[in-house]
Design a protein around this ligand. Structure first.
Ligand code: BGC
Length: 797
């Protein structure tokens, strides 16, 4: 049931277009909103992520510090085990927390809920890439103090975070102590009522391997109990003040503190810069990890906080230059929400090289830090169009899993490769096969993303060096998984799979899966033939590597040609699978609002035997493979499935918005868009305290680009068919296609295309071929009030 759980009040959370901020103290920030604030104020660079816990350490819900790919194994236990069930899971670990800079004024701890706050502002600066805090308060003995902090997780140095802490006594000298800490709290235990949350661990997971403390620096190091990863984390400080401040330090296996103590003179600030460094590796050389941790700290101290801050601002500026989306409307919250979402995409991906992108980025432990299809289908398009090198690295990371995917295929009795539904290290970590391993579509999703990357960026080299191998192995999987069914007139059928809709499981001929598998098969054939023609040597090497036989190409072609696609003549729709239409409709009228998400209130069997949908499935197919449906089919399918869709997954509304847009359901398009964009800001799912919904965030961009701007990129042909929601007066996007960066500015009358960087770009606008070039870098074309369909809708095949 879609409803905002929280509408940020404007007096506390003003709709600043370049910041998400709490402009005054609201007691709920220390109560029911603590977890939400930690997510909204989280900082990350895609490698290191730190939730927005406050410096004084309390109140806190989960002061998480996560490193992408830093996980521990945990046994998966089943009441009844069966062959092929994964037995070892993976869970992202909460690393030692370094955000604590605790303040004691005349021996009394400063904590906001107990202080007499005079002024308060906490702000995620979306332009500076920092989390800023400014608090003025009256101490219990009547002294006015002001504390300012600036926190960042560096985009330039991915192992580095830094905090600048400034304290001023405004009207009298005062005795203070500041304890800057690095604290290895033990992993939190699990909430067993919500399957989406991370499992807890019993006992110690991080085993100490040594500490080092020297001057204002302290380092802790660990080895994980069973995944065999080594971790080094450390802090160092510099202090600037005219006051006489002494320091002392403490350092043991799980806790280090540098304590600054002295008299703060009136109006003479105490400024402490805290540098934090985190490194991990999968070899056991602890010495090496310690050296790296120290070296990051030394470099940071030499550079100084100001230089790191300035560099951060420049890096964030560069991001906005290539990825900003402007929406002009009467509601300033819209722009703020969009920018917060885009900023999360930067934070989830920018320095993720060598890793994937988790379902919550690095803002929470939900789904255990696992990578799903969310990355390829929801986040990758944004990266492809705004930061192709990161897109490439994310795809390369998938490629690096190929050997494990091959092994998993063997285990499941398949040919080719079967990528894990959810994983950190490449091994399947899904304990519930019906909504996990059975989601074979992830293999085709990867192939789909690969194709989009290659076609939009023109990086054929990637296709030849890595993509082709992935395509061969995934095509093999599909051919092995399906069969030519006599009952279905010799059509190629794929049985026993689960599509994106997790409320309908283990079905035959899921329409989405079959369509995506067909694309995968076709693209594999096309790629192999092109490689043979263009790069005979590389082709020969690939044949030797994969044992590819020519007959396989014929098989794949035939399977694609004869792929069975469910179609119901009577209703004129594509049934979600062979049996979906035989199921009883879910009784929505008698389902109380409190019973959503249904997965927390009904046994899966109740869901599986009903026509009730968790998230866009056939509608998803209509978005991804939009050329394969006529406009009428899209309309009929949408009208059939939309009322059955609960949107219990945050991955749903953005896609419904795009398709609603395409078929002219303008009101629905904007309503769904608003839900997608505000998924976290208004806590639509009721669980954003556990982390930001990265797929919905990527989906928000999809809904802007593919929805309102009407972008399509089939076979690399870029086309736009824009139409603006009535409530907006302009939409502006920056995109990069094959190295050409351009801006599209849409209003109700026209769309203006402007080449910002590049020499030539071909695209079409509402069916008309257009070219931007250095000679003619700006083009303006009319925009109608009803979408022109000529370029977006193809004939079915
Ligand atoms: C959705 C999946 C998604 C996963 C992680 C689930 O609720 O049904 O499609 O991949 O969340 O975001």
């Amino acid at each position: 049931m879609l409803r905002p759980r929280y509408v940020p009040p404007e007096d506390t959370f003003p709709p600043n277009p370049w910041a998400f901020e709490a402009a005054r103290y609201d007691a709920r920030l220390a109560g029911e909103l603590t977890g939400q604030a930690e997510t909204m104020f989280a900082l990350s660079n895609g490698y290191l992520g730190i939730r927005g816990a406050v410096e004084e350490g309390t109140p806190a819900r989960e002061a998480g510090t996560y490193l992408n790919g830093f996980y521990e194994h945990r046994p998966i236990s089943y009441g009844e085990h069966a062959y092929g069930f994964p037995t070892v899971g993976q869970s992202i670990l909460n690393c030692p927390n370094g955000t604590a800079v605790k303040l004691f004024v005349e021996d009394e701890p400063f904590v906001v809920p107990r202080a007499e706050v005079l002024e308060y502002r906490r702000s995620l600066d979306l332009r500076g890439g920092t989390l800023n805090r400014d608090v003025r308060w009256m101490s219990p003995t009547g002294k006015r103090l002001r504390m300012r902090t600036v926190r960042l997780v560096s985009l330039a140095h991915r192992h580095l975070a830094a905090i600048e802490f400034e304290l001023i006594a405004e009207d009298a000298d005062v005795e203070v102590a500041v304890s800057s800490e690095l604290d290895n709290h033990q992993p939190l235990s699990a909430d067993t009522t919500d399957p989406r949350l991370a499992e807890g661990f019993v006992g110690r997971v991080l085993h100490p391997t040594g500490t080092q403390s020297e001057g204002l620096r302290a380092i802790l190091s660990y080895r994980t109990r069973s995944s065999g990863l080594s971790l080094g984390c450390g802090m160092d400080h510099s202090i600037i003040t005219e006051c006489s401040i002494l320091n002392e330090s403490r350092c043991d296996d799980d806790f280090a503190a540098i304590i600054f103590r002295g008299k703060l003179l009136r109006n003479k600030p105490l400024r402490i810069c805290k540098y934090l460094s985190y490194h991990y590796s999968d070899d056991s050389d602890t010495e090496q990890i310690l050296l790296q941790t120290i070296s990051t700290l030394k470099r940071a101290r030499t550079q100084g906080f100001q230089a790191i801050l300035e560099r951060q601002r420049r890096d964030v500026e560069r991001f906005w230059a290539r990825a900003d989306v402007v929406v002009e409307s009467d509601n300033p919250r819209t722009q703020q929400t969009i920018r917060w979402n885009l900023f999360q995409l930067l934070q989830a991906s920018e320095r993720a090289e060598g890793h994937g992108i988790g379902a919550r980025g690095l803002t929470g432990r939900t789904y255990e830090g696992h990578y799903f299809w969310d990355t390829e289908i929801y986040v990758l398009p944004f990266l492809i169009f705004t930061n192709p090198s990161i897109a490439r690295s994310v795809l390369k990371f998938r490629y690096d899993m190929l050997d494990k995917a091959r092994a998993r295929a063997r285990e499941l009795g398949h040919r080719g490769a079967t990528f894990p539904w959810r994983t950190i290290n490449g091994e399947e970590a899904s304990a519930y096969y019906a909504a996990g391993t059975a989601q074979y579509h992830i293999n085709a999703d990867i192939a789909y993303a690969l194709r989009k990357y290659v076609e939009v960026t023109g990086d054929d080299e990637f296709l030849w060096s890595y993509g082709a191998e992935v395509l061969i192995e995934t095509a093999r999987l599909w051919f092995d998984l399906g069969f030519f069914s006599d009952v279905k007139g010799g059509r190629f059928c794929i049985n026993g799979v689960t599509g994106p809709d997790e409320y309908t499981a283990i079905v035959n001929n899921n329409c989405f899966t079959n369509l995506m598998a067909r694309e995968n098969l076709r693209y594999a054939v096309q790629t192999v033939l092109a490689l043979e023609r263009l790069r005979p040597d590389q082709f020969a090497a690939l044949v030797a590597l994969t044992g590819l036989e020519r007959s396989e190409l014929g098989h794949w072609e035939e399977a694609a040609e004869r792929m069975y696609l469910p179609y119901d003549e009577r209703l004129g729709i594509h049934p979600q699978d062979d049996d979906f239409l035989d199921l009883e409709r879910w009784d929505f009228a008698s389902t109380s609002e409190d019973n959503y998400p249904l997965l927390l209130h009904y046994h899966p069997l109740n869901l599986y035997r009903s026509q009730v949908i968790k998230q866009a499935d056939t509608v998803m197919a209509m978005f991804l493979l939009n050329d394969h449906f006529t406009r009428e089919e899209k309309r009929r399918n949408f009208e059939y499935y939309d009322p059955l869709t609960t949107h219990d997954s945050s991955l749903s509304v953005c896609i419904q918005s795009i398709v609603a847009n395409e078929i002219g359901l303008d009101r629905k398009a904007i309503e769904y868009f608003d839900f997608a964009a505000a998924m976290d800001m208004s806590d639509i799912g009721g669980n954003m305290m556990h982390g930001a919904h990265v797929a919905a965030i990527g989906g928000t961009w999809l809904a802007l680009a593919y929805g309102f701007a009407g972008l399509r990129d089939s076979e690399g042909h870029i086309s736009f068919n824009p139409i603006l929601p009535k409530a907006w007066s302009a939409l502006k996007l920056v995109l990069t296609v094959r190295g050409q960066t351009f801006r599209i500015e849409i209003d109700h009358a026209s769309a203006t295309y402007r080449l910002l960087n590049g020499v030539r770009l071909e695209f079409s606008h509402a069916g008309e071929a257009c070219v931007l070039s250095s000679a003619e870098p700006v083009l303006t074309r009319p925009v109608g009030s009803v979408r022109a369909n000529s370029c977006a809708f193809g004939e079915p095949n």
